[in-house]
Write a protein that binds this ligand. Structure first.
Ligand code: GDP
Length: 300
């Protein structure tokens, strides 16, 4: 938790401390509520959730009258928890099913942190005693496969890659095939995220998914999203949820941004739970998303 706090310190300054300071004013007039609203918007909470949070805070502070800092903290903690909660499983569905490994498809736009996230997830699974295979289905840039291979060496997983320009679907197919033959517990398939046009992406990811399914179902489709890209990133992300059955979001680069409120916006807009958060570039900078810990870290 100490580490999470340190990593989320910028969001904590803005969201947590900012809100606590604003709400501790003696008189919460219209100007004050406008500031609360602006603060939530600036933290990327999103318009609709901001409206709801402000409405609830107004009502609850009115009922409360004078507020002690402790009461405010509890109140904010409850409201943020409510705003961040979803009715969905957050743990990764990576339980080996008989002789078939779990298959995780990792999608998202270039630069969001897909390859890094594949490496970090592999690290966690390997630490739990699993054998992991990474599949480099981002075949458009040789550097992408090189980078995945470097991660594989770093965390001690197998890797399957094709020649540059190979069909991503064929590499995905070979990865799962090899994973089954080698008896690994999980196969993580890294994909390309070229978003020039939706039809192209849909074709490509659709095909990757279909060929994997020749071996059995995809257990998780994780959408990797850069927390610093704000509401625009969210629009792009929607395309992925339309193209493939996204089962969870990995929100990267939450370290060093003040826009931690994006977790709320992501879940509301995409209707998918945030399952993991990226807190840096290192192999251990990945954490399961836990609402209680996240809210505690924000409120300091
Ligand atoms: P991809 O194109 O989606 O595969 O993205 P990469 O995995 O290559 O990541 C793009 C850049 O973002 C790299 O420089 C990563 O080190 C960096 N990155 C990925 N995740 C995080 C994170 O959680 N925090 C920070 N600060 N940087 C990250």
């Amino acid at each position: 938790l100490v580490r999470l706090r340190a990593k989320l310190s910028r969001s904590q300054n803005v969201l947590g401390r900012g809100l606590l300071t604003l709400l501790s004013r003696d008189h919460l007039d219209e100007d004050a509520w406008e500031e609360v609203e602006e603060l939530l918007i600036s933290a990327d909470v999103g318009l609709e959730p901001t409206g709801r949070i402000v409405e609830r805070l107004r009502e609850r502070t009115r009922v409360l009258g004078t507020r002690t800092p402790e009461q405010l903290r509890v109140l904010l903690s409850e409201e943020l928890t409510e705003a961040l909660s979803v009715d969905a499983e957050r743990s990764l569905n990576v339980r080996r099913d008989g002789d078939r490994p779990s298959v995780v498809l990792v999608v998202g736009v270039n630069g969001a942190g897909k390859t890094t996230t594949c490496g970090k997830i592999a690290r966690v699974l390997i630490a739990d005693g699993n054998r992991v295979l990474l599949g480099a289905a981002d075949t458009f840039r040789a550097a992408a496969a090189d980078q995945l291979e470097t991660w594989a060496q770093r965390v001690g997983s197998e890797v399957v890659r094709g020649p540059e320009g190979a069909d991503p679907a064929s590499v995905a197919f070979d990865s799962v095939k090899r994973g089954i033959e080698a008896g690994v517990d999980a196969v993580l398939v890294d994909t390309a995220g070229r978003l020039q046009n939706k039809a192209g992406l849909m074709d490509e990811l659709g095909k990757v998914k279909r060929v994997i399914e020749k071996h059995g179902p995809v257990d998780e489709t994780l959408l990797v999203l850069d927390a610093t890209t704000g509401q625009n990133g969210l629009e792009q992300a929607r395309v992925f949820t339309e193209v493939c059955d996204v089962t969870g979001v990995v929100l990267t680069k939450l370290d060093g941004t003040a826009k931690g409120g994006i977790v709320i916006a992501v879940q509301r807009r995409l209707n998918v739970p945030v399952k993991l958060i990226g807190l840096g570039e290192g192999p251990d900078d990945l954490a399961p998303f836990d609402v209680t810990q996240f809210v505690d870290a924000l409120l300091g």
